[in-house]
Write a protein that binds this ligand. Structure first.
Ligand SMILES: Nc1ncnc2c1ncn2[C@@H]1O[C@H](COP(=O)(O)OP(=O)(O)OP(=O)(O)O)[C@@H](O)[C@H]1O
Length: 360
């Protein structure tokens, strides 16, 4: 657990970067610091590992005041990942990752074995070990940065805009990877970003900072969207808050049966028919016809996102984007389970709205 108690940072020129911050980061969770540029996110983060010392107040890591531990010792227990990865350019990928265990006194062989394991953990195969950072893509460098931060198995991980220098698709992949890793490792993570979408996706809790180093709100993502504490949070979270909130609501929507048929077969139905492949994965819709018709590829209408049962937003997206207004529900293997109807989803949405779970 990390605890900020009335923490203030005033720089020598008088700038108050962080103002009386009170906040608890629960062990084993991801807390995201988000807010516009210059609002004190990075300063708050860096006070945890004492790259910056606070002016007043106390920061406790697992109950221990960070000011009572000398910085090098403190940092061995706190992994740190920054934008552009910050790798040593003249060391191989493997040696970059092995650096911290070596500093912790591990022998070279053990440090390297650990580094190789970690590269695999972050999704880089052994072929990358001997390369130099410049020979990697931005996303791969970030993975090495994460592996390096994890090398000494620190309970705490500080991540400062780690994914902001990579393109949006790679970034999404890295975010998914971080969530997967966290599911396995259960670290206490503080993650800084200026991107509210990234904050809402990654954070168990999100701290919204505003100018002058003030904490505007500290809450779970769903609460931030449904009950913003003030206008600043409401506008920072965006105009489409209502829609985003749906990501965090479970869809209490009936899954109905649908007529399915494989390509090449003949089907009789006066409603929409869902064509599936041999593994029951959807391949397209056949619009309603009278009497029997053969299911051929040229008759199929494609489109529509699939609904995996995750959230009301996914159900709504699937139903509204489907040519038949029926959202195809699939199991984890992608096989058809049934469909959700747009009007059922809209009813669930109205119920959630009436219960005050969705802002209008
Ligand atoms: N060494 C310093 N001396 C004086 N002022 C500083 C110093 N470092 C940061 N600041 C100021 O403190 C405030 C908070 O900076 P900080 O880097 O924590 O913000 P941030 O929210 O992380 O911003 P960004 O998203 O742009 O990185 C800013 O006004 C910044 O200009």
């Amino acid at each position: 657990m990390i605890e900020f108690r009335a923490v203030t940072k005033r720089f020598e020129d008088g700038t108050i970067a962080v103002d009386e911050l009170d906040l608890v980061v629960e062990a084993g969770t991801i807390t995201v610091f988000v807010g516009p540029s210059g609002c004190g996110k990075t300063t708050s983060l860096r006070m945890v590992n004492r790259m910056i010392d606070s002016t007043s107040g106390t920061i406790l890591v697992d109950g221990k005041d960070v000011m009572s531990v000398d910085p090098p010792t403190l940092r061995l227990g706190i992994g740190y990942v920054i934008q552009q990865a910050g790798l040593f350019p003249h060391r191989t990928v493997l040696d970059n990752v092995a650096t911290v265990p070596l500093l912790s006194g591990w022998d070279r062989k053990r440090a390297r074995t650990r580094a190789a394991e970690l590269l695999e953990t972050v999704g880089l195969d052994s072929g990358f070990a001997k390369r130099y950072p410049a020979q990697l893509s931005g996303g791969q460098q970030q993975r090495v940065g994460v592996a390096r931060a994890l090398a000494a198995d620190p309970p705490v991980l500080l991540m400062d805009e780690p994914f902001s220098a990579v393109d949006p698709i790679v970034r999404e992949g890295l975010q998914d990877e971080l969530l997967r890793l966290q599911g396995e490792l259960g670290k206490t993570i503080v993650f800084v970003t200026h991107d509210i979408d990234e904050a809402l996706k990654l954070g168990d809790r999100v701290a919204v900072f505003r100018e002058g180093g003030h904490l505007a709100q500290y809450a779970k993502p769903a609460e931030l969207l449904s009950a913003p504490a003030n206008d600043f949070v409401a506008s920072f979270a965006g105009r489409d808050r209502g829609y985003r909130t749906l990501t965090f609501l479970r869809a209490d929507v009936p899954v109905r049966e649908v007529t399915t048929a494989t390509l090449g077969s003949t089907v009789t139905s006066n409603g929409w028919v869902l064509a599936v492949d041999e593994n029951r994965r959807p391949v397209g819709w056949l619009s309603p016809v009278d009497g029997a018709t053969e299911v051929t590829a040229d008759k199929l209408i494609s489109g529509g996102s699939l609904y995996d049962g995750s959230s009301l937003r996914a159900a709504l997206d699937a139903a509204l984007s489907s040519p038949s207004a029926l959202g195809v529900t699939v199991d984890p293997d992608g096989a058809v389970v049934g469909v959700v109807q747009a009007d059922d989803v809209l009813k669930a949405l109205a119920t959630a709205r009436a219960a005050g779970e969705v802002p209008s």
